[in-house]
Design a protein around this ligand. Structure first.
Ligand code: M6R
Length: 366
């Protein structure tokens, strides 16, 4: 049942190239230059006339929502708010008929997310679901939706659900951007082609496994760990920290790299591993200076870089390479070594990777 892997989590990490492909299969029609998503096509006016998009979710699904916020704002130029479902539902939120609410949930059974969409519906918003489990409560309760086709996710730590959620949300953003005339046919085509390349690139990112295992061995006894990223990769830093916390019980925090100097930098000394996402796009130079700041305080730097990187290699204690891609698609790659890092550390610490203490696969109580 684990397909030769020691744990479901590792199996599911390795399933990601296939899961991402299954998620865009039939939807991504590069030859025709279109993206087909029935639940969006049938409600296209709702999306195009929306004043804003409100994303509600919990945990890893909330992180996928944050990635989507960057993608939607960048490509579609529509304001996006990302809310913890538990906070949203209890704070008398301002919602109108002109809002589109997107609920993201692997299980489709998360109590707070379900309650949030009921509230949004009552207030007249159009509610769209991004779920993995077919026929789940959230899938049934939403007005329309798009499934991720990750297949069953058994490990409590979410992995392939995260990358397939990002895939669906990226397709949605690209589709809306096309409808709104946000970019040329050429640019659109470039995006679709790159999305088609992602499974092969994720496969390449997975080749870092042996190196990540060596790095895991160096830091397995750490008591704390910091994760930093900027822009599209800030949510990936949050997700990396959550993965480490939940399965290895090491205290970890994710931060936007530039926020470091507003507090967390005080924690850095020679005992502090800092995982930094430093791909060669976006704010690369800024991240390099953040890395210098960590280095001058003797922090240990584990950097996720683009293949062929020279600059960070000079500074970091360890570099893990991922293939080059467009900045907006990079979270699909940068998240892979972070999943592997938490996995190996948890295994080395003798933790129950697939069923971490105190956690359930789906949180059906509030
Ligand atoms: O099924 P959902 O996506 O609604 O679940 C949300 C969270 O409970 C879930 O992502 C949780 O944070 C995972 N254990 C993270 O790995």
């Amino acid at each position: 049942e684990k397909g030769g892997y020691d744990h479901f989590m590792l199996k599911e990490i390795y399933e990601q190239p296939r899961a991402i492909k299954d998620t865009f299969r039939g939807r991504l029609r590069t030859e025709q230059g279109i993206i087909k998503m029935a639940g969006v096509d049938q409600n296209i006016e709702k999306f195009l006339n929306a004043d804003r998009i409100i994303i509600v979710a919990c945990g890893t699904s909330w992180h996928a929502g944050l990635v989507a916020e960057y993608i939607f704002e960048d490509l579609v130029r529509i304001p996006v708010e990302v809310e913890y479902a538990s906070e949203f539902r209890y704070r008398n939120p301002v919602i109108t008929e002109k809002d589109v609410v997107i609920a993201i949930s692997q299980s489709g059974e998360t109590a707070d997310t379900l309650a949030a969409i009921k509230l949004a519906k009552e207030k007249g918003a159009f509610v769209f679901g991004v779920c993995n489990v077919v026929g789940s409560s959230i899938a049934r309760e939403t007005d329309a939706g798009a499934y991720t086709h990750a297949g069953p996710e058994i490990g409590v730590a979410s992995t392939k659900a995260f990358t397939t959620q990002i895939t669906v949300l990226t397709l949605l953003a690209l589709k809306l951007a096309k409808h709104k005339g946000m970019f040329s046919e050429d640019k659109f085509h470039e995006f679709l082609t790159e999305m088609e390349n992602m499974p092969a690139k994720v496969e390449r990112a997975l080749q870092s496994n042996a190196l990540v295992e060596i790095i895991a061995d160096v830091y397995k006894d750490s008591e704390n760990c910091l994760y930093l990223g900027r822009g599209f990769n800030f949510p990936v830093a949050l997700e990396g920290a959550l993965k480490l916390k939940e399965i290895s019980y090491i205290h970890a925090e994710g931060y936007p790299a530039a926020e470091m100097k507003h507090g967390p930098i005080a924690l850095i000394d020679e005992h502090m591993p800092v995982v930094v996402i430093a791909i060669n796009k976006g704010h690369y130079e800024k991240v390099v200076s953040n890395i210098q700041e960590i280095k001058s305080r003797k922090g240990k730097i584990i950097a996720v870089v683009t293949e062929g990187d020279e600059q960070v290699k000079e500074l970091a204690d360890h570099v893990i390479e991922v293939p080059e891609t467009m900045e907006s698609l990079s979270p699909l790659l940068t998240t892979i070594p972070l999943q592997l890092l938490s996995y190996h550390i948890a295994v080395m610490r003798g933790c129950n990777v697939d069923q971490p203490r105190n956690l359930a696969k789906s949180v059906t109580v509030e």
